[in-house]
Design a protein around this ligand. Structure first.
Ligand SMILES: [Zn+2]
Length: 137
């Protein structure tokens, strides 16, 4: 057994019965990194305090043995962050498919619509309100 296998086995033994990483802890760790870097700049020292608080909270959650409490916190976080996560996914997909589709809003109900690019003048029927309008894509 080499050094890293031994280290991995020790870490696995240490983490047995502990909550581990979840979405909230991961978000705290991701948020703490830029706060820590920005906190090093002049006049932004308070950000590093915030970063250390987030790191401490994430570490507390990862090492916690109170599974029920951590799960409830995580579920609350997922519920509250759902609109932002959905919007981020939407923007990511829109960027990923920017060559294939044109995106725009329905002039009547403002629903987000998508049509294949390069088809010329088309009549679009909004799937939310049924409004029909011409669009050049
Ligand atoms: Zn519509």
């Amino acid at each position: 057994m080499n050094f890293f296998d031994d280290l991995k086995a020790r870490l696995e033994r240490f983490m047995q019965g502990r909550y581990g990483l979840d979405a909230l802890s991961r978000a705290l760790l991701y948020a703490a990194l830029p706060a820590l870097l920005l906190g090093a700049l002049p006049y932004l020292g308070l950000l590093s305090l915030l970063a250390y608080a987030m790191l401490g909270w994430a570490l507390f959650r990862i090492l916690s043995t109170n599974f029920t409490g951590r799960r409830m916190e995580n579920e609350k976080f997922l519920l509250l962050s759902q609109p932002a996560r959905r919007r981020a996914t939407e923007l990511y997909n829109r960027f990923k498919n920017r060559d294939k589709y044109a995106y725009f809003s329905c002039p009547k109900c403002h629903a987000k619509l998508r049509v294949p690019k390069g088809v010329g003048e088309i009549t679009v029927t909004c799937k939310m309100c049924g409004h029909k309008f011409d669009k050049r894509v």
